[in-house]
Design a protein around this ligand. Structure first.
Ligand SMILES: [Zn+2]
Length: 68
């Protein structure tokens, strides 16, 4: 298996970042995302902002629903 990951678009990358959040990526998808982020500064920034946003959401949701 020496295949290069299939190039993906910025739009795909954003989608995969949100999927990765749920741990839903296949190894192939994770490879595609990593390869895209390695070459795309805009998506690196976006993925970092996603992570911060999700962390804030987690905090909010935890506060709303202490039983979760
Ligand atoms: Zn990109």
């Amino acid at each position: 298996m020496s295949e290069q990951p299939t190039p993906i678009t910025c739009r795909d990358s954003t989608w995969l970042v949100s999927c990765a959040r749920d741990g839903a990526l296949t190894p192939a998808e994770a490879g595609q995302l990593a390869a895209h982020l390695a070459g795309c500064a805009a998506c690196r920034v976006a993925s970092r902002q996603f992570a911060q946003l999700f962390a804030q959401l987690d905090t909010l949701l935890a506060r709303e629903d202490p039983s979760a």
